[in-house]
Design a protein around this ligand. Structure first.
Ligand SMILES: [Zn+2]
Length: 246
């Protein structure tokens, strides 16, 4: 579908050699599933929607709590106790009426993923939960859908682009193996609010750039705010991996 020349919303993307009309059209035709609308997910969702993603499915079973408000910037005092996906959907729809927004307010199971993901072009896991992340890994592997692992804690962010739609790629379990079934939780370990925002907007970049057809670096990308440094590590396929080995 050609870009409506009367719609100036995306005017700043069109002169970019990297995006242009063709890239913007690809973004508009894309559907992203976002697992987790916490600090990282709130930041990612805003840039996905403001940039004109065609469809966004928000998945989160949690409700807005006061301790969320420092970094989960789609929520207000008046939203306390409400489902995050409902509040986020209202706020995001006001940000851009062009995007179709769906909500899923239960803890995501393999079955949910197998029903939602086939309609998606890209999945972002921002759940901070190892069990959910392994389930996303399994579903995206079986459906050959590209996805991004994104997490943040204290002063650090992590991003890993996974491409099961391409041949001979590592999966999430290849990189992490048998990690414990819990990740440290943000309220307990702490998270500096802007670090959640930096990681979330980076996640939006990885998704949008991938969907627009740009070459996006694979591997594991680590951000350390203390030294203001990014480090990128190559991840190799593990031939003995439980999830992706043939
Ligand atoms: Zn693997």
């Amino acid at each position: 579908m050609p870009i409506d020349s009367n719609n100036l919303r995306y005017a700043a993307h069109l002169p970019l050699a990297e995006i242009g009309e063709a890239g913007q059209a690809l973004i508009r035709e894309s559907h992203v599933a976002l697992i987790g609308v916490g600090g990282l997910g709130c930041a990612a969702a805003q840039y996905l929607v403001s940039s004109g993603i065609g469809e966004l499915t928000l998945c989160d079973f949690d409700r807005v709590a006061e301790s969320n408000l420092s970094r989960q910037i789609l929520y207000r005092d008046t939203d306390l106790g409400r489902l995050k996906v409902e509040v986020a959907a209202e706020s995001l729809q006001a940000l851009n009426p062009d995007t179709k927004i769906n909500t899923q307010a239960n803890r995501m199971t393999d079955k949910d993923m197998q029903s939602i993901f086939p309609g998606c072009d890209f999945v972002i896991d921002a759940s901070d939960n190892y069990g959910t992340r392994l389930a996303v890994n399994r579903s995206c592997l079986s459906l050959a859908i590209p996805w991004l692992m994104a997490s943040c804690i204290r002063m650090e962010g992590q991003l890993m682009l996974l491409r099961p739609d391409l041949d001979d790629q590592p999966c999430y379990r290849c990189a992490y193996g048998e990690a414990p079934d819990t990740l440290e939780d943000c309220p307990g370990a702490g998270i500096f609010a802007p670090v959640a925002g930096i990681t979330g907007t980076s996640a939006a970049y990885f998704a949008l750039a991938s969907l627009a057809g740009l070459a996006v670096p694979q591997g594991l990308h680590l951000f350390d705010a203390n030294n203001w440094a990014w480090q990128s590590l190559k991840v190799k396929r593990n031939p003995g991996c439980k999830d992706c080995a043939d």
